[in-house]
Design a protein around this ligand. Sequence first.
Ligand SMILES: N[C@@H](CCC(=O)N[C@@H](CS)C(=O)NCC(=O)O)C(=O)O
Length: 219
Amino acid sequence: MVTLYGMYRSRATRNLWLLDELALPYTLKPVVQAYRLVAQGLDPQAPDAPLNTQSSEFLRLSPAGAIPVLEDAGLILSESLAINLYLARKAGGPLAPQDLREEAQMTQWALYGATAIESPALEIAFASQRGGEAQAVIEAACDKLMRPLAALEAHLETHSHMVGGRFTVADINMAEMVRYAQPHSPLMARFPRIKSWLELCQSRPAFKKMWATREAEPA
Ligand SMILES: N[C@@H](CCC(=O)N[C@@H](CS)C(=O)NCC(=O)O)C(=O)O
């Protein structure tokens, strides 16, 4: 059985969504972000601190001090998108690449999302929680997203899904990055194909289950 280290309120959501889609048995070991403990006035290094991203025990698994991390029969893997591509290939089936070409396309979209979309989208997610004074941050992030989201929109005008004409791990990876920009409805309204594809992805039972558990996790 694979072990995933992380929290629902982290990029582990994309792995937890996929694990459920694949019906792969797994253990989730809670590891909280050290900055969350600091924000609560707690010392991440205190002997009674919960396992966190700066715990020496966790840093042995992840020298970068970041969740999620996957452990599978001696393989230690970090980077949430790489974890998902590995899990899909391990399980096989329709969510996995069927051949080398699909694998290349899935890698291409994961890298494009990670380098062009995820960071400005995250800026929108964090700024949206802060209210009015963050408007300038949101506008700057929208500017950065215009070109990559236009590229994604153009892809979805001629393709029902990211790769292979069916729902795959590539949709989960991209949907979970675009989701960070979703609170900004004027931006989503400019990209109707992205909006409807994202809603379709999020209508899946495995997404809903993951999301309900995430919402129940303390912020
Ligand atoms: N590119 C990495 C990013 C991992 C990352 O930054 N994780 C955050 C939580 S979503 C974290 O663990 N931060 C810990 C900290 O800053 O203490 C991935 O996709 O896995």
